[in-house]
Design a protein around this ligand. Sequence first.
Ligand SMILES: *Cc1c(COP(=O)(O)O)cnc(C)c1O
Length: 223
Amino acid sequence: MSIAQNLDFYRAELAPFGAMLVAVSKTQPIEALAEAYAAGQRDFGENRVQELMEKAPNLPGDIRWHLIGHLQTNKVKYIAPFVHLIHSVDSLKLLQEIDRQAQKVGRVIPVLLQIYLAQEETKFGLDRDEVWSLLQSEEYQAMQNIRIEGLMGMASLTDDTQQVSREFAQLATLKQELAQAFPENEYRRWQHLSMGMSGDYPMALAQGATLVRIGSALFGKRG
Ligand SMILES: *Cc1c(COP(=O)(O)O)cnc(C)c1O
């Protein structure tokens, strides 16, 4: 299957749910991204700043770049001028730095809060208490150059589809609770649930994903 054919397949999968496809292009060569672009794909997800900075100048300027991997505060400045959406905000400190760099370049940067869902120990993300205290903090409430647009989460890597569904459902419920407790304003919208990857996107769609991040199933195995 070509990348264009794969794109057609996933667009058809997502369309009934109104969800958007983020093509996860990490470790893929420029040619693979260009092929997806030619087939109409505009949203691409990368998990490393350095790789993103190498690719972006070599591809068309209307690509919407999503940063989906763990972001170190000292790298924010590189992507602040152009990043479309940062999915992986996992601390107040990181959010403060995004706000600061966004102000420097005169932007409001859209972000998602990454929530810790999986049972594995290694995953990044905020837990329920942390997301709550972040949103209540004075530091957050003073920020004017970020806009929180929803939540992102990664489910456990397991064949237990019920567990994966349960974790996605927890993320959807948390978003509803936060939307109640922290009403929308200029700097806060609750429209996005970024969840689902190649192996678990059907469960994510069933639980209300609006952004689905698919890599290997679209581009083939990573090198
Ligand atoms: C790599 C990655 C994906 C895509 O994973 P695939 O299994 O290749 O679809 C999605 N989200 C994040 C955060 C990733 O790092």
